[in-house]
Design a protein around this ligand. Structure first.
Ligand SMILES: *Cc1c(COP(=O)(O)O)cnc(C)c1O
Length: 477
């Protein structure tokens, strides 16, 4: 047996890379990343490709491993290139992605050290770091010092944790579900309905509250619906407001909704996954007036803080409610006693073993400071307003004036407007330098112009305008 152990160890020890191998691999990976980043200006935002990355299958997983140059070459060809480049400044579709480089440094260190920041006793400093970031965000939304939350993989999971917490806090059991009523606008992000289904509340009632001309919730109708539902013996339970809808960037009237929720005893959740970080700017904060009345709030550092994908956050005013839903004890966890010095993320989340995602946010804020993030956010708002004015001069019709950094527009072509505008997006995609996506509002196709990449500046917006001008002129003439 000893011989077998030793022989296995010989192969197993290859997992411990030597200092020399580590520096070779580090250098190769760094060169690869630098090549990607240096090329940004020449790169397309959307690359059409015939193979769609199929070449990846030509490099199968083997017993003995493959040299790093081959591995990175396959990555470059099959993964880095085809499709959408979300970190490009020409990305105006969906909600543009981040990719601030310091995220990579944080992830590198988190992975290299593999510290476990899920339980206080395991990595007290890591837990303090994550809780410090949560308190920093709680402070931004004017929650009390006792509020906390959890760093999640994204906004969808944060919304799900919020809805689950609200359900448990209100003591809702299976037999009550049919009578529970949720309130939201039709513009709510689809992950909210998805969460409601996943957590077993698909038999609850969802009341879609009509919106005003700027796609904001009509609070007079919200009040009426809640009253009518109460009279009908139902259980109005939760209102989900959006602070920056994904489609148009609309902010629901938070103060009014908060007052109604308080008076009617509803859990008030705000989905600010996209819009939340605009609150970093004192100029933009007034648009979120009343945010502090909410019970919970979702915000995505991988959107408004421009970090790379993989970090969202749920903020919650009453952390005991979050704890009540998510903490568990198990025999094999008996040594991991909570010291209560700092609540442990594992007690506030469905996750146990987790990515130490706080490090990427902490190191980014530490190295850059807040000023460039705030400036970038204010810049995005102005770029969107600039586009909104200029695009009208090109003959486009526009939706409501942007409340944040999303505008909607379409080229008016009468009966043919829908197909014309869908085709226009296709032409833009084929050109590749910029990327736009569309939405449907009342059966009309609208093109969205969403500005949220830290790499988007005046040049990219002018390029988008120029391209739209050329494409529509060509069609006219
Ligand atoms: C993006 C978004 C979500 C979903 O967040 P993910 O991080 O993509 O899971 C939820 N709500 C709104 C308003 C969003 O913009």
């Amino acid at each position: 047996m000893i011989n077998e152990i030793k022989s296995l160890a010989k192969t197993a020890k290859r997992l411990e890379s030597s200092r020399t191998t580590r520096s070779q691999w580090n250098k190769a990976v760094q060169d690869h990343a630098d090549g990607f980043l240096d090329d940004f200006n020449t790169k397309t935002t959307y690359q059409v490709s015939d193979s769609m990355g199929e070449g990846l299958y030509e490099l199968p997983i083997t017993e003995e491993g493959t040299p790093i140059q081959e591995v990175l070459a396959s990555l470059r060809e099959n993964v880095d290139r085809p499709g959408l480049n979300p970190a490009s400044g020409g990305h105006f579709g969906y909600i543009p992605g981040g990719g601030v480089f310091t995220t990579a440094l944080g992830d590198y260190l988190a992975a290299a050290t593999n510290r476990y920041a899920g339980i206080f006793f395991g990595c007290p400093g890591g837990v303090r770091m994550e809780n410090m970031l949560l308190r920093w965000m709680c402070n931004m939304v004017d929650y009390p010092a006792t509020a906390l939350g959890n760093l999640t993989s994204g906004g969808s999971i944060a919304n799900m944790a919020a809805i689950t917490t609200a359900r448990d806090y209100r003591g809702i059991k299976a037999k009550d579900i049919e009578r529970c009523v949720f309130y939201m606008t039709p513009q709510v992000h689809h992950c909210v309905q998805k969460s409601i289904r996943i957590i077993g509340m698909s038999e609850s009632i969802i009341r879609y509250i009509p919106m005003d001309e700027k796609f904001r919730m009509r609070t007079d109708i919200l009040s009426q619906k809640i009253k009518a539902d109460k009279e009908a013996g139902l259980t109005p339970f939760m209102v989900v407001a959006s602070a920056g809808t994904t489609d148009t960037g609309a902010i629901d009237p938070l103060r009014k909704i908060g007052e109604i929720a308080q008076a009617e005893n509803l859990w008030f959740h705000i989905d600010a996954a996209y819009g939340g970080f605009f609150m970093l700017s004192p100029k933009l904060k007034p648009a979120f007036e009343g945010v502090e009345l909410s019970d919970s709030l979702t915000i995505d550092p991988h959107k408004g803080l421009f970090l790379s994908y993989g970090i969202g956050a749920l903020l919650i005013k009453n952390k005991e409610a979050l704890f009540h839903t998510h903490h568990y004890t198990a025999n094999y966890m008996q040594d991991a006693v909570s010291l209560d010095e700092e609540p442990s993320p594992a007690d506030l989340s469905p996750e146990l073993t987790k990515h130490f995602r706080g490090l990427r946010m902490w190191i980014s804020l530490q190295l850059h400071g807040v000023a460039p993030f705030r400036a970038a956010l204010e810049e995005k708002i102005l770029l969107c307003r600039y586009f909104y004015e200029k695009v009208q001069l090109l003959g486009f019709e526009v939706g409501p004036a942007p409340q944040l950094s999303i505008a909607t527009f379409r080229f008016p072509m009468g009966e043919k407007s829908n197909s014309y505008n869908l085709d226009l997006i296709e032409q833009v995609k084929l050109d590749g330098r910029i990327f736009l996506s569309s939405t449907k509002i009342k059966d009309q196709v609208w093109i969205r112009f969403a500005v949220l990449s830290f790499r988007t500046h005046l040049e990219q917006v002018d390029l988008a305008l120029e391209l739209l001008e050329n494409l529509t002129n060509k069609r006219q003439g």
